[in-house]
Design a protein around this ligand. Structure first.
Ligand SMILES: Nc1ncnc2c1ncn2[C@@H]1O[C@H](COP(=O)(O)OP(=O)(O)OP(=O)(O)O)[C@@H](O)[C@H]1O
Length: 259
């Protein structure tokens, strides 16, 4: 339940604007990859191309390839809905469906995929996903209460449970901790560490300490100026990026000299 991602010559556009240029990356299964870089360098844009969410924006397009275990998700005849089932996504702000119960929130993605389940299958899946998201013990006695009644950190873990209930191969996270307090952030970081046993995880973060704590590999993107495309500057082991980067540009960014 974890796939390798090969990104080849990926250019990403909003209309005529080339937002990101020439990305090459190989992301191994069962690993955590962090995307870092200054605002506007294209981290979120790159992330959204990995489950074909980018093209939902009118005028948006890509050229190049994104291979999941060798199959191009942009290939002819590939249904983006199937891609999004294999590649789950968690957003910056926890977005549980406010009127749905905790249990129905967990099952929402599975139900969208119109998989029929018996009650006991639904109960089992709810428990498995909530355990996987490290939330089961906190909510097991109130599964029928609204998801909106949980704390921000619990809501974010509920969204992670909803994503993993669909049994994806890859999990994308776009600044999943930026709206959370330090304790909830640590809970999510611990969870990310557990999730990589089963999934390929790609996370966008503004927080370099977080990238250093949670990821195996880090991709540093940069932008030469407003209106210029973002570029992948260095993609390396996280320990190398933060202790002995190959590029001076990376060194300047991680040491706080710019960005
Ligand atoms: N919906 C959109 N329409 C047009 N341009 C967009 C859109 N979303 C992003 N962009 C542009 O694409 C470029 C990359 O944006 P993106 O949000 O991916 O950067 P980022 O590195 O994730 O930034 P941040 O750290 O501020 O979230 C920017 O120039 C941005 O203005």
């Amino acid at each position: 339940m974890s796939k390798q991602i090969d990104i080849k010559d990926l250019d990403i556009f909003y209309g005529d604007f080339r937002a990101v240029d020439g990305v090459q990356m190989q992301i191994k299964p069962r690993s955590v990859t962090a995307l870092i870089g200054p605002s506007g360098c294209g981290k979120s844009t790159v992330l959204r191309t990995l489950n074909r969410m980018h093209e939902v924006i009118p005028g948006a397009s890509v050229s190049g390839q994104v291979l999941m275990d060798g199959n191009d998700i942009y290939g002819a005849g590939v249904d983006p809905v199937n891609v999004r089932r294999e590649v789950g996504m968690v957003f910056q702000r926890a977005n549980p469906f406010p009127t749905m119960s905790i249990k129905e929130n967990v099952l929402a993605g599975v139900r969208l995929n119109s998989r029929r389940m018996t009650k006991s299958e639904a109960d089992d899946l709810t428990e498995r996903a909530l355990r996987g998201a490290n939330l089961w013990n906190e909510v097991k006695d109130r599964l029928s209460l609204p998801g909106s009644g949980l704390s921000g950190g619990q809501q974010q873990r509920l969204c992670i449970a909803r994503a993993i209930a669909v049994e994806p191969e890859v999990l994308l996270m776009d600044e999943p901790c930026s709206a959370l307090d330090p304790i909830s952030t640590l809970a999510i970081e611990d969870l990310i560490n557990d999730l990589k046993d089963q999934y390929t995880v790609v996370i966008v973060t503004h927080n370099m300490q977080q990238a250093a704590r949670v990821s195996d590999k880090t991709a540093f993107f940069n932008i030469a100026g407003t209106g210029k495309p973002g570029k992948l500057i260095e993609f390396n082991e996280t320990s190398t990026i933060f202790s002995n980067p190959e590029k001076e540009e990376t060194e300047n960014y991680i040491s706080g000299r710019f960005g």
